[in-house]
Design a binder for this molecule. Structure first.
Ligand code: URP
Ligand code: ZN
Ligand code: ZN
Length: 472
């Protein structure tokens, strides 16, 4: 038998990158891709991928795992269950959020978050920061130091009482992003409008889950998106608007681009596959399962998201996995009771279903190309957050994070998912593909059975985002 030259060879793959699809073998040594070619020499281990599409492992650049919450709510997924679930759905890198509580030091939030991840993560991970209290100490010392240490992106909120910044604070943090070369991610919804609408709905007794969508119409997202763009223009810094839900925010981003502004955008599966009706057509409480912010819009809006995925409006397709159990006093039923929508934790699970949904309905549904799929789910997120080319592509020197796809009919069932959440919003949906294999740094972590191991995931320091202009 020929002596093994590689630790692993993936044979006869239909390799898909953000640029091309081509037939090749992939040779892996020491967890990295060291050869791509025809008829590669033997590997100690061989995977026959004949006829199968092989994409880079997904980079989920927006997910929440074990994030400390205000009040009684607790996230259902920690780094163990969350990264397990990600791996089983083809994702090999996650970027959750080290969130600063008001009054807390940002450095302490990062230390705490490392403790939550260590020994648990089964795939590689980086951290975004959430800045909720931009004190002089944070702006002048902590944030610049953390950016230099490899935490090169941070999220700010224009809504949620425990997180939101006013416009002056937004300008302050955007200025830090500009001076220190970080990517500023913005949750754009107008907090005062939401509060005003919520109070009016409550006064009218309209507190069922479906009224969450009435309290957060497109207008409040559109206004905040426009304001965020104006603030970034004032500071002269690129921004990335996260979880864009539809037409009106998209129009603002198109306007910004047409004026030469560097405004990037992210969207998520819930805006393609759910509608406001999933929050309830009557006052039934089941709609709580689909409460997230911004909320899903109407059916006709979904086409605007598909168009934006196709034509470059969106740079990143993330899950915004924010895992709360439905039937749980720490989840969607605060204190064990059916609550008014104001008190229901925002967020839905989606780490494991993100790639199969987009591959099935986008690529196999003829709505996006395979190249666009790779770009949106792996390559561009890695570039946006300083992880490329180590992550997000299939190239010599990149980590051997790979997904071998199996195209077959299946039905999504929560019982078959690997998160710790007691539901999926996509229960019963018919899909056309699921990963047959997920490899993380050349190790099989999913082959129809979860093969990962708690603690094998490594923390990734992020470089300067390559989508940002180079600083001299
Ligand atoms: O409803 C959502 N999106 N929950 C997660 C937190 C956030 O704002 O991304
Ligand atoms: Zn958000
Ligand atoms: Zn989020």
């Amino acid at each position: 038998m020929a002596e093994a030259v590689f630790d692993l060879v993936v044979r006869q793959a239909r390799v898909a990158t953000a640029a091309d699809t081509f037939a090749a073998d992939i040779g892996v040594r020491g967890g990295r891709i060291v050869a791509i070619g025809e008829g590669l020499a033997a590997g100690s281990r061989e995977i026959d991928a004949a006829g199968r599409v092989v994409t880079p492992g997904g980079v989920d650049a927006h997910c929440h795992l074990d994030q400390p919450m205000e009040g009684p709510a607790r996230m259902a997924d920690d780094f163990l269950t969350g990264t397990r679930s990600a791996a089983c759905g083809g994702t090999t890198t996650v970027i959750p959020f080290a969130a600063q509580a008001k009054g807390q030091s940002l450095v302490a939030a990062v230390q705490d978050y490392h403790a939550r991840a260590e020994g648990k993560a089964a795939i590689d991970y980086a951290f975004h920061l959430i800045v909720s209290d931009p004190t002089p100490q944070v702006l002048q010392e902590e944030l610049p130091a953390l950016i230099a240490q490899g935490y090169t992106s941070f999220k700010v909120y224009m809504t949620y009482d425990d997180m939101k910044l006013d416009d002056g604070q937004m300008l302050d943090v955007l200025d830090v992003a500009r001076r220190h070369g970080a990517m500023a991610m913005i949750h754009a919804e107008n907090a005062d409008c939401i509060e005003w609408l919520t109070k009016r709905l409550e006064a009218a007794g309209r507190t069922a889950p479906r009224f969450h969508a009435h309290a957060r119409p497109m207008l409040v997202e559109r206004e905040a998106t426009h304001r965020a763009i104006a603030l970034s223009q004032l500071v002269d810094v690129p921004i990335l608007i996260v979880h864009v839900s539809g037409k009106e925010a998209i129009e603002q981003i198109r306007w910004a681009r047409s004026h030469g502004l560097a405004v990037f955008a992210e969207t998520c599966p819930q805006y393609l596959f759910l509608t406001a009706e999933d929050l309830g057509i009557d006052d039934s409480y089941h709609g709580a399962k689909c409460i997230c912010s911004p909320p899903p819009r109407d059916k006709s809006n979904q086409q605007f998201i598909w168009d934006g995925l196709n034509d470059g409006l969106f740079t990143v397709f993330s899950s915004d996995h924010a895992p709360f159990n439905y039937d749980d006093p720490a989840g969607k039923k605060p204190g064990g009771e059916e609550a008014a929508f104001r008190h229901i934790p925002n967020g839905i699970p989606g780490l494991e279903t993100r790639l199969p949904l987009l591959y099935s309905e986008g690529v196999l549904g003829g709505r996006i190309t395979l190249q666009k799929f790779v770009e949106l789910t792996a390559t561009s997120p890695a570039k946006a957050y300083g992880l490329h080319p180590r992550k997000g592509t299939i190239a010599i020197g990149s980590d051997a994070d790979l997904v071998v796809w199996d195209e077959h009919e299946l039905t999504v069932r929560n019982a078959q998912l690997h998160h710790a959440v007691d539901y999926t919003p996509y229960e019963g949906m018919q899909l056309k593909a699921w990963p047959a294999l997920t490899l993380s740094r050349g190790e099989v972590v999913w082959d129809g059975t979860y093969r990962g191991r708690a603690g094998r995931g490594r923390f990734l320091r992020c470089d300067a985002p390559s989508l940002l202009p180079k600083r001299s």
